[in-house]
Design a protein around this ligand. Structure first.
Ligand code: AMP
Ligand code: GLY
Length: 418
């Protein structure tokens, strides 16, 4: 069958790479793909943008696409599944009602409150005055979140009142995130270790993937501004049976019930962003898609056929997924200046990578060759028996990839607790 992967990041490169390995797959098309997917076996880029639903629908008919796998949140929140429901194609991803769990942080927080799902206390504000009044009587640190989508950059853990007020001014008065920041949440700061718990969700069940840990802040030591993610390890060294059971009982099962109770028939990836302390999970956020850069690690770790698993989920059949033992680690190579301003069009040189797998993100192939086109440019990944081996091998090879002002964290694999 022909498959269409919607998106152009590192996550989509990894998904396309894994889906293409299936015997069931003829060609994986990407809308639009990147400089890496262009050269991947059985993969073909298109010039269709991820939110151009009209062009996507036309392409699906033209190429007889049997399965659409949606990578990023934007097309899901904008209703790609709803739009394509008039066609016969199978779409792996929730409809816009399901995607609201990510599309609005206020909606998702209210959902958690209503379903008794453990999460931080929070208040919602639609005026700057209301937010500042609240900040004047709060304890610090405190967490500020833009309600809508902000490409992973809409959250600030403010250490002081002054910092919090500057953020409220920038986001609410000066519209730093546009409409997405017109409503905000001010949330209790939670402590512990973070866990990315994701998998396949249907109205009946949740099949978890291996756990992973994302390194969100820009700088070593988990310092600096939050980014989309600067590195990843899988599995999480903190995972254990008691924690898994607690996550299922207090988070996963009430989420499935909450969605069903609201008449939302959710078929797609689900990502629970959790803060864990003493094996007790609290939800930081829901994502209605897989994580980036977590997916790059997870796709290297899945042993079984992903196309079969996605089709089985969509057809309410038994879903089987098996995993390779061992560890995976990935490090993101970003453009200098990310997550703020950075240059694009910078030439890239790639040397000998041996057993590292390079997934492209912000790259594009032009007449001048491969150049940068985004903030996060690559993630370089390695699979080994242990995390120590991954670390050693990856950092030995990382400088084989080179572009001007390339920046990366050199502490991925260290474990931090807040
Ligand atoms: P979110 O997009 O809501 O997951 O937030 C992005 C990141 O901000 C999370 O991965 C955490 O590192 C941090 N964060 C979000 N909410 C909280 C919270 N209530 N307490 C502490 N850190 C948080
Ligand atoms: N790496 C975190 C995310 O994809 O949201």
């Amino acid at each position: 069958m022909n498959i269409l992967v919607v998106g152009q990041g590192g996550r989509e490169h990894a998904l396309a790479w894994k889906l293409a390995q299936s015997e069931k797959c003829e060609t994986v098309f990407l809308a639009p793909g990147n400089g890496g997917t262009k050269f991947e076996d059985k993969c073909e880029n298109t010039n269709i943008e991820a939110t151009d639903f009209v062009a996507i629908k036309k392409f699906i008919v033209e190429k007889e696409i049997g399965l659409v796998v949606v990578g990023p949140e934007d097309p899901l929140v904008k209703g790609i599944k709803d739009y394509l429901s008039a066609t016969d194609v199978l779409v792996f991803g929730p409809d816009s009602a399901g995607a609201q769990l990510e599309g609005s942080k206020i909606y998702s927080k209210q959902f958690m409150f209503d379903c008794n799902i453990p999460t931080g206390e929070a208040h919602f504000f639609n005026t700057e005055e209301g937010a500042i009044k609240h900040l004047n009587s709060s304890n610090y640190p405190i967490v500020l979140k833009a309600d809508g989508l902000a490409a992973g950059k809409g959250v600030l853990v403010a250490q002081t009142k002054e910092e919090a007020i500057v953020w409220v001014n920038e986001v609410m008065a000066n519209s730093k995130f546009g409409e997405a920041g017109q409503n905000i949440l001010i949330e209790e700061c939670l402590y512990g270790t973070e866990l990315s718990f994701m998998g396949i969700m249907t109205p009946k069940e949740f099949i978890p993937f291996e756990t992973s840990v994302d390194y969100k802040p820009l700088l070593n030591g988990n310092k600096g501004p939050n980014t989309g993610g600067m590195g990843c390890i899988a599995p999480s060294p903190f995972m254990n049976d008691e924690l898994r059971e607690n996550i299922f009982k207090t988070v996963v099962e009430p989420t499935i019930k909450g969605l069903n109770d609201r008449g939302i028939s959710y078929y797609g990836f689900m990502y629970f962003g959790l803060m864990v302390k003493d094996n007790v999970p609290k939800v930081l956020e829901y994502n209605c898609r897989l994580g980036d850069p977590e997916t790059q690690c997870l796709m290297m770790k899945i042993e079984s056929d992903l196309v079969t698993a996605l089709l089985d989920a969509l057809q309410n059949k038994k879903i089987n997924i098996s995993w390779r033992s061992g560890s995976i680690m990935g490090v993101v190579l970003a453009s200098g200046g990310y997550p703020e301003n950075y240059k694009k069009g910078v030439p890239i040189k790639i040397g000998e990578l041996n057993e590292c797998k390079l997934f492209h993100a912000g790259t594009v192939f032009t007449e001048e060759g491969l150049v940068t086109s985004g903030g996060r440019v690559f993630s370089i990944n390695h699979y080994a028996n242990s995390l120590q081996e991954c670390k050693h091998y990856l950092y030995k090879h990382i400088d084989s990839v080179n572009f001007m002002d390339c920046t990366y964290r050199d502490d991925i694999g260290e474990i931090y607790e807040s």
